[in-house]
Design a protein around this ligand. Structure first.
Ligand code: ADP
Length: 574
């Protein structure tokens, strides 16, 4: 057994390294700079924590995840690895005490927020200690092409340059695009680094894209079926988070929320509630989740389509870190395209927005493709999958039905025309639906021949059809604050030249996903009521020791206990 294998077992309790981990560790121990590009949940932390225990001096870990540093350090201390952190949450007294301990070589690993790196006191401290390795976690933050650029990451290279001896420099990220990778090597001055990109495939994740008539109804039904499971629901805006949170909590579920408009204290309380299993559901913007090591997240639902596949895969990848089957569901609606385009236009850019639009088009294609979703993602990240169909995504598990919507399209287009192309999608929808609102009557729209001609449809369906015609280029949405619908020339082909309009809908074949949405552990026989008892006991132990429940036992371990107990009873009975 090598020293690193012994430490893997001794500190973390694992028998084997995951793909890539040992290679990186060996290169670090050979004094080489390393860049590890591994998907979320692949196990990047162990790649630097184990060498940190073997190298003679201290390892400094730069991480942007201030709110999680305490948890990370607590978990390390819990398993006997001496570690600490320096960030803005420390009081003056705690800070001085920590510096004192650092000087006396108490720790092997020191987590530092990038903003602290350039403080005078810290730079002086670095001169006094023996640093073996500098590790940059979430290294994509150095690149403006990464989805989470942090200007303070640009200082890191200089700080390292000014150390009395250059330590080994290692960087880790889950972002694999070439432009970000080149930026990391370049801007962090990695010296001829050993670069390892592990496979991005996460076989335990079931990917699906759904276009529900009503997203809130879909979510209510889904969480009712997954009551005892932990899950994250990502929304594009704070407003969406607030309203969905109100709705779900009014239904009586244990739910937390998280977004940038909330106070630091409330955010960290809500994050803890979720991580410590006091609530099951987290409704959040993308401000939540980076670095969260909660291994039993069984589903990640995206209420809106994110801006690119990098963000999507990173956020969705927070599901199923323990290797158990988990679901990643993207709820697509065509209005998400309009919102994302609007957001792109809001950010000033001298070079234009080509990169952002290209990325947006890629994720739109992901939502519309008929091909295997897992294959699509892997190819996007530059891999050549060895399969055509994964048989575990919504496309592989469904067939496509093509519906002719020419007549519906004609109704919509002629209604917009009759309203003189001066109104937005809500009012057009109301007219088509035949709303009895006073606004419609006062404007005389109830006299139009198109009034109520789609009354058999729900408003959501009509709106989705309108968005479909927008994304197909027949209608244009003009204006920022109150966008109005205007017909494009191509609309005439439908109205006057009998052009056919076809829409694809997916019909689930059989229900692997339905099966998994009914219970994630469907494939193994185990005693589910015993599982609930053990879960409650785990929560109690975790609370007593102020640690997260998954640190006591992962869901996998609990499930194993329930399996053995179940078989014991069967054998005894026989
Ligand atoms: P990442 O930083 O790549 O998202 P983490 O380092 O947080 O992932 O690890 C994700 C989970 O995988 C953690 O719960 C960790 O304990 C677990 N893990 C890491 N390495 C192994 C291993 N060799 N065997 C089993 N589990 C592992």
């Amino acid at each position: 057994m090598t020293k690193s294998q012994t430490l893997l077992k001794k500190y973390f309790g694992y028998d084997n390294f995951r793909p890539g981990q040992e290679k990186i560790i060996n290169h670090i121990l050979d004094q080489k700079d390393c860049l590890g590009i591994m998907p979320t949940g692949a196990g990047k932390s162990i790649c630097y924590q184990i060498p940190a225990m073997i190298l003679p001096g201290v390892t400094i870990v730069i991480s942007p995840l201030i709110s999680l540093m305490k948890d990370q350090v607590d978990s390390l201390n819990q398993i006997g690895i001496p570690a600490t952190f320096i960030n803005s949450t420390l009081s003056h007294v705690e800070y001085s005490q920590t510096l004192e301990n650092i000087i006396h070589n108490v720790y092997k690993i020191i987590y530092v927020a990038p903003e602290r790196l350039t403080s005078e006191a810290f730079l002086n401290l670095l001169k006094l200690i023996d640093i073996s390795m500098f590790t940059i976690d979430e290294a994509h933050c150095v690149s403006q092409w990464g989805h989470d650029f942090r200007p303070s990451y640009r200082e890191i290279a200089n700080v390292i340059l000014n150390l009395k001896t250059r330590p080994i420099v290692t960087a880790f990220t889950a972002t694999a695009t070439k432009i970000v990778k080149d930026d990391i090597i370049d801007l962090l001055h990695l010296s001829d680094p050993f670069t390892l990109t592990t496979g991005f495939d996460r076989a335990n994740l079931n990917f699906s894209v759904k276009i529900p008539e009503n997203k809130n109804n879909f979510i209510s039904e889904f969480i009712e079926k997954n009551k005892t499971n932990s899950g994250i629901i990502y929304c594009a805006t704070r407003k969406n988070v607030d309203s969905l949170f109100d709705e779900i909590s009014s239904l009586g579920y244990l739910v937390s929320k998280y977004h940038g408009g909330m106070s630091e204290n409330l955010r960290s309380k809500n994050q803890d509630d979720f991580v410590y299993d006091r609530t099951n559901i987290m409704i959040a913007t993308n401000a939540f989740g980076m670095g969260i090591d909660k291994s039993n997240i069984r589903y990640v639902i995206h209420y809106n389509m994110p801006k690119d596949l990098e963000s999507y895969y990173q956020e969705a990848g927070r599901a199923g870190r323990d290797g158990n089957n988990s679901e990643c569901i993207l709820l697509f609606s065509r209005s998400d395209i309009v919102t994302n385009k609007f957001l792109i236009e809001q950010t000033p850019s001298e070079k234009g927005h080509k990169v952002e639009y290209d990325k947006l088009n890629d994720i739109i294609d992901y939502c519309n493709t008929d091909k295997c979703l897992r294959k699509y993602i892997l190819e996007y990240f530059g891999e050549i999958p060895l399969f055509d169909n994964c048989n575990n995504c919504s496309n592989c598990l469904s067939t496509t039905e093509i519906t002719d919507i020419t007549i519906d399209s004609k109704k919509i287009l002629s209604c917009i025309k009759r309203m003189h192309e001066r109104f937005g999608s809500s009012l057009v929808t109301d007219v088509l639906k035949g709303s009895k609102s006073s606004k419609i009557k006062s404007m005389g729209f109830d006299k139009l021949s198109t009034y109520g001609i789609m009354s058999e449809y729900s408003k959501d369906t009509i709106k989705n059809l309108i968005y479909f015609l927008i994304t197909e280029g027949y209608i244009e949405c003009i204006g920022d604050k109150y966008p109005i619908l205007v017909l494009n020339n191509s609309a005439n082909d439908i109205l006057f030249k009998n052009k056919q309009v076809l829409i694809k809908r997916k019909i689930e074949k059989i229900s692997k996903s339905e099966k998994s949405s009914l219970g994630i552990f469907e494939d193994i026989d185990y005693d589910s009521s015993l599982f609930e008892i053990l879960r409650a006991l785990r929560k109690e132990i975790a609370e007593k020791n102020s640690i997260a429940p998954f640190i006591v036992f992962t869901d996998v371990s609990l499930k194993q206990m329930c399996t053995y107990y179940y078989y014991d009873i069967i054998f005894w009975w026989r």
